[in-house]
Design a protein around this ligand. Structure first.
Ligand SMILES: NC(=O)c1ccc[n+]([C@@H]2O[C@H](COP(=O)([O-])OP(=O)(O)OC[C@H]3O[C@@H](n4cnc5c(N)ncnc54)[C@H](OP(=O)(O)O)[C@@H]3O)[C@@H](O)[C@H]2O)c1
Ligand SMILES: *[C@@H]1O[C@H](CO)[C@@H](O)[C@H](O)[C@H]1NC(C)=O
Length: 325
């Protein structure tokens, strides 16, 4: 039993990883189309201080957007802001504190953001952690689920009115959520979301990334039902050489190094699908997509399970004490 609960998710993650690497060996990274100028439009990028989030922030700023980097390390965030400002000569980049592992911090962030009466045209749910040993968030949720998924669930819901007010038909506001190919191996254990008897960090990460896809699809259904000028898509950046892999065990770390050099995407390449989802003209009005390498792909079968989407939504509302809409 223990073996199955711990080894199976690990094997699934490694199997998916190998598949992605073979794909990356055979395919060039996706080249972005010409993107429109987005002067005066505002974006929030969670985890925008480094890795894929940093490159996404940098690119959106270069299109003229006002970018808010939302992160939990002030010093690193301010450094990223300075770098982007110096490089682009663009002043409208800033840092705001947000700890996604704390629902209180998420609420405070939104309160502070709303107090400024800024519009919001793009929300990039990018921050995440991977393969962390068993740990809980401040609110007692398993860390991957709580931070990667639940924090973004609350953040998005609390910002939805601003997104709605900032969008218009033909110029929808956009929610871009960074998932991962590991979601294909993910299983949602609705009864064990607060932690499992047999903890698997691989299973926990995959589950959080599946939850983000289920969330994106259900959210889009609601947005369409209400006629809100907001679209929501999930993106898969591929395997990208970032600090996300810092929790790999030592031998895996060692094996990863040469492989990463040869086959991983750079953070800028990894960011391109998120940038595409955030800015491309051809995606105007399109939502509920799973984008990989700049293309609409089919996500896992369970991610389309409407009942599961609804159950997760209801449960998430209860977990973050949000009234269901
Ligand atoms: N790299 C890949 O191969 C890959 C593949 C598939 C999907 N992804 C996804 O891509 C996204 C970005 O990851 P990355 O590869 O760019 O890794 P990364 O360089 O480690 O970036 C993760 C970002 O999330 C932030 N973060 C972590 N905990 C946070 C918290 N409690 N509150 C707010 N922000 C927090 C980090 O900030 P601090 O470290 O400063 O706290 C960092 O800015 C993640 O969602 C990841 O799951 C990556
Ligand atoms: C995107 O892909 C999904 C699943 O393959 C498909 O059902 C949907 O029609 C596609 N949408 C667009 C806009 O291409």
């Amino acid at each position: 039993m223990w073996l199955l609960a711990v080894i199976l998710p690990l094997l699934r993650v490694y199997f998916i990883g190998v598949k992605v690497l073979i794909y990356q060996l055979l395919h060039k990274p996706f080249t972005l189309p010409v993107l429109p100028r987005l002067n005066g439009r505002v974006a929030i990028v969670t985890g925008g201080a480094k890795g894929i989030g940093y490159e996404t922030s940098r690119h959106l700023a270069s299109l003229g957007m006002h970018v808010v980097i939302a992160g939990n390390k002030e010093e690193e965030g301010l450094k990223a802001v300075k770098k982007i400002q110096e490089e682009s000569g663009h002043r409208k980049v800033e840092f705001m504190y947000l700890d996604l592992a704390s629902l209180k911090s998420v609420r405070q962030f939104v309160q502070k953001y709303k107090a400024r009466s800024l519009p919001l045209h793009t929300l990039v749910n990018n921050a995440g952690v991977m393969l962390v040993p068993e740990r809980k968030t401040e609110d007692g949720f398993e860390l991957h689920f709580g931070l990667n998924y639940l924090g973004h669930f609350l953040l998005t819901n609390l910002l939805l009115d601003v997104l709605r007010d900032s969008g218009q038909s033909g110029k929808c506001s956009r929610i871009v959520t960074v998932s991962s190919a590991t979601h294909y191996g993910g299983q949602l254990n609705l009864n064990g979301l607060q932690g499992r008897s047999c903890y698997s960090s691989h299973g926990a990460y995959s589950q959080s990334k599946l939850a983000l896809v289920l969330f994106t699809y259900h959210l889009q259904e609601q947005l369409w039902a209400r006629g809100d000028p907001v679209t929501a898509n999930a993106v898969d950046p591929g395997m990208v050489d970032t600090d996300l892999y810092q929790n790999l065990c030592a031998p895996a770390q060692l094996a990863k190094k040469p492989v990463a050099k040869l086959l991983f995407r750079t953070p800028a390449e990894g960011a391109s699908t998120a940038v595409y989802a955030a800015a491309a003209t051809e995606l105007e009005g399109l939502g509920g997509l799973y984008l990989y390498n700049g293309q609409n792909k089919t996500s896992s079968a369970s991610s389309y399970d409407k009942q599961l989407q609804e159950k997760l939504w209801t449960k998430s509302c209860a977990m973050v004490l949000l009234q269901e809409t």
